[in-house]
Design a protein around this ligand. Structure first.
Ligand code: AMP
Ligand code: GLY
Length: 422
């Protein structure tokens, strides 16, 4: 197959790495890709949000299968664009329709969907600016902490968790009055759930589904999960607390009713449902849905997937997922993310990265990296993922840390405690 992968993060480097191992991968293009994806295919300088440019690249390169990494093109309707264009009718597209992508693109939609399907999640109310007074009164009646979520996509910044009711009321007002533009025209106010989070990835063609290895990501910048939220500082697969019994509950109470709901509502879902879960006293609740793989979870999940990823994606896009068997490597995997100094606040780009050639026994996935005159330079907050296997996640982490220490760039920072809470 000739494949076009959309995206440019560490997740997409992990996709490109895994796709290129398949004997079915005849050609791989990545738009726009990064210095890492270039090791496995041809980068095309195209934005995934520029649908006509994506179409032109598909036709010019005789692409058979398009795989969408990030959520934004999906929420903007790229699958629908492909489905509606007669020139593209032979091209398989892996990723949900705009209607299906609302699972991630609208928190209010996702909450109503879970209500309809009786899927366990935090209790909630939603408010628009006309209902500001109701919202302020509602907050006054609720116990702290307060969880406020912008309905739409807000570049990962749309969720606020606040201890003080006055502050929560001020934030609700600011959000409804346009703090995140259209994305916070509706705000979901949610019950705070206390527990340990984990990530479940389900491939579905709308009828059948397959569950990938479970992972846990670490979002905070500081050791002990402290400080500001980031795009993700590391991940492990498999988190040991997610045992067979937990996964049986997740499958029966959450995965099955999710897939049934997608079918009932005819959402045309052929792609990934990423379910962000929290275990509250050993009972699973949904924190959020995403319509794509997670970053940095993918960097730990795909190394454990023995199944051919081209076949898995093709079958998902073609509606033939029932025929695919998922095989999983029983080893543990840990990924440590190397970030730029200052991230997630301000940071400088363009620092020279050295030492990659010294890495032994780990995979390195690149994210914010660009190449110039044969040198690798930092080009984002999250720069690299160092991923390793081990009999236990502690062993895997040890290998990742040993190799992370060999990689240098000005201001490099990473957490050494990924997985320590498990
Ligand atoms: P989201 O963008 O929905 O993933 O939210 C970002 C993070 O906020 C989640 O990963 C959780 O750590 C936290 N969070 C979201 N909703 C809740 C909730 N209802 N209770 C506790 N923490 C939450
Ligand atoms: N790791 C969380 C996400 O990709 O949204």
């Amino acid at each position: 197959m000739r494949i076009l992968l959309l995206g440019n993060g560490g997740r997409e480097h992990a996709f490109a790495w895994k796709l290129s191992q398949s004997p079915a991968c005849q050609a791989l293009f990545i738009a726009p890709g990064n210095a890492g994806t270039k090791q496995h295919g041809i980068n095309l300088a195209i934005s995934p949000n520029d649908f006509p440019a994506v179409k032109a690249a598909v036709l010019e390169n005789q692409v058979d299968l398009v795989i969408c990494g990030p959520e934004e093109p999906l929420v903007r309707g790229i699958q629908d664009y492909f489905a509606a264009d007669p020139d593209l009718k032979e091209v398989l597209f892996m990723g949900p329709s705009q209607a299906g992508a609302q699972l991630e693109g609208s928190k209010a939609f996702a909450k109503a969907f879970m209500d309809d399907q009786d899927i366990p999640t935090a209790a909630y109310r939603e408010f628009t600016v006309d209902q500001l007074e109701d919202g302020l009164n509602y907050l006054a009646e609720q116990p702290a902490p307060y969880v406020l979520k912008a309905d739409g996509l807000a570049a990962g910044k749309g969720v606020l968790i606040l201890d003080d009711v006055m502050e929560a009321q001020a934030e609700l007002r600011a959000m409804l009055e346009g703090k995140f533009g259209e994305a916070s025209a509706t705000v979901v106010v949610e019950e705070f759930l206390s527990g340990i989070e984990f990530s479940v990835f389900v491939f579905t063609d709308g009828k059948d589904y397959k569950v990938l290895p479970v992972a846990k990501d670490y979002k905070r910048i500081g050791a002990g999960d402290t400080g500001l939220n980031t795009g993700g500082m590391g991940s492990v697969s498999h988190p040991p607390f997610v045992d067979k019994e937990m996964m049986q509950k997740v499958e029966a109470r959450i995965i099955k009713p999710t897939i049934e709901g997608l079918q009932q509502q005819q959402l045309g879902y052929r792609g990934v449902v990423f379910i962000g879960l929290i275990s509250v006293e050993d009972e699973p609740f949904v924190i959020e849905y995403n319509c794509r793989m997670g970053d940095p979870e993918t960097q730990s999940v795909f190394p454990r997937l023995k199944t051919d990823l081209v076949e898995l994606c093709r079958a998902t896009a073609a509606g033939e997922l029932g025929e695919v068997a998922i095989e999983i490597d029983e080893r543990s995997v840990a990924s440590v993310i190397l970030v730029s100094g200052g991230y997630p606040g301000g940071y400088e780009k363009g620092k020279v990265i050295t030492g990659l050639e010294k890495v032994e026994g780990s995979l390195v996935f690149q994210a914010g990296v660009r190449e110039e005159s044969g040198q690798l330079l930092t080009n984002g907050g999250r720069v690299l993922a160092v991923t390793s296997y081990g009999e236990t996640f502690q062993e895997a982490l040890g290998t990742s840390l040993a190799n992370a220490a060999k990689i240098e760039f000005d201001g490099v920072y990473y957490r050494e405690d990924i997985g320590f809470d498990l």
